[in-house]
Design a protein around this ligand. Structure first.
Ligand code: GLA
Length: 392
């Protein structure tokens, strides 16, 4: 099992790199977490209910004001540096990670906020490409850095929204609001029940004695992911339009089943959305009642629906999910996030984890010649700030 580097060692690491890169002491540290999603997949952009949580893995930044008219960035993990001028529009660079910070800075400037120049050195113990939303962690980290250096506090929902818009406009990914909202709003020890229709939230307690959460990174990320994501958005919008509603949140699964769509594929997509929202509601009841067996069933049904109804899974994820479901002590597992690769989330009894890992590791290697990575996680707090010297 991969042990994450502790938050203490990450803080020291970024402070040290900051010192070396910028010959100054950092003033603040920001911890911006990745996220999981218990259930409620591919429904956020239909105004649905989702149940994500932040996790105990982060992007960590050391930050200080630099008195210049530019933002200097240093990625300590990959030893990449960049300098972004603050006076000129920040153009999109196709395929570059810089689109995320650029997008966030542009969104904040568009809101009439003057950004003082600052230096930011960051590192991460969050796997990239594993479907844990390192992009939202990066966006929220930069937005939080701006709050610190500009001495402002953005409304948390507005902060999540501007990060989402940064991803739409600069990174070209038409994502929903789930990831950014989870990174900003999550609470330690809770899942975040987020209603994407009105952006209301409820924190639902996770009793760690109930079961454990394991993530298995498939190590694959299929190229079609972003194009297919856009197609799914178009399909659910078309399905909603045919049903005469503004989003599929407004219909029940029975109404979808009874409706004659112009194309069968629209019916499959809409049925996933309607049933997944119903499953998310039922999952909240399970959490409240401590019924992990039923929660596991809902998680398995979610995978089935994502695989056959929404068609966003892939052979590697299907294999991992079905192998896990067949193992003792596993209540349920499913693909998580956008799909076409990334990670599988497993709900299991604590004692079952070591045996599960060895069985799955071997079976996956035999089947695909690939190495799966495993990590145990738990719902953790959203983005947080610490003073590196002095007070906040
Ligand atoms: C990606 C997007 C989210 C959401 C999920 C699927 O993670 O960024 O907005 O749509 O896929 O649930």
């Amino acid at each position: 099992m991969n042990e994450p580097s502790s938050s203490d060692s990450m803080r020291e690491l970024v402070k040290q790199h900051f010192r070396q890169q910028f010959s100054a002491e950092a003033r603040w540290c920001v911890f911006s977490p990745g996220r999981i999603n218990l259930i409620g997949e591919h429904v956020d952009y239909s105004g649905g209910l989702v149940l994500p949580a932040a996790i105990d893995r982060w992007m960590v930044a050391a930050i200080g004001v630099n008195g210049r008219n530019e933002v200097r960035l240093f990625d300590a993990r990959f030893e990449l540096s960049a300098c972004l001028p603050l006076r000129v529009p920040l153009a999109v660079e196709k395929g570059s990670w810089l689109n995320y910070p650029k997008g966030v800075l542009s969104q904040i400037q568009e809101r009439g906020i003057t950004i003082p120049g600052f230096d930011l050195c960051f590192s991460s113990n969050l796997p990239t490409g594993g479907g844990l939303s390192s992009s939202a962690a990066l966006e929220v980290m930069v937005a939080t850095a701006v709050e610190l250096v500009a001495g402002i506090q953005l409304d948390p929902r507005e902060k999540a929204r501007l990060c989402q818009q940064a991803e739409h406009r600069h990174a070209g990914v038409p994502c929903g609001i789930m990831d950014q909202a989870a990174v900003v709003l999550a609470r330690e020890g809770h899942f975040l029940l987020l209603d994407c229709a009105d952006f209301s939230v409820e924190h639902v307690r996770w009793e760690s004695s109930q079961a454990e959460l394991m993530l298995i990174d498939s190590g694959v990320h299929h190229q079609l992911a972003s194009g297919e994501y856009r197609n799914r958005r178009d399909a659910v919008e078309k399905a909603a339009a045919e049903m005469g509603v503004s989003s599929l949140r407004e219909v029940t699964s029975d109404q979808v089943r009874a409706f004659a769509f112009s194309e069968a594929v629209l019916g499959r997509r809409a049925l996933h959305v309607a049933t997944e929202i119903e499953r998310t509601r039922a999952a909240v009841t399970c959490l409240v009642q401590g019924d992990c067996d039923h929660l596991g069933k809902l998680i398995q049904q979610s995978h089935h629906s994502l695989r056959y109804g929404f068609e966003v899974s892939c052979p590697e994820l299907d294999f991992l999910a079905s192998c896990c479901n067949a193992q003792p002590g596993v209540m349920g597992s499913r693909m998580m996030g956008g799909g076409f690769g990334g990670s599988v989330l497993v709900l299991l009894e604590r004692a079952a984890a070591p045996a599960l890992q060895s069985v799955i590791e071997l079976a996956y290697r035999e089947q695909f010649g690939l190495k799966a990575s495993f990590l145990m996680t738990r719902p953790s707090g959203g983005v947080r700030v610490e003073a590196c010297c002095g007070s906040l």
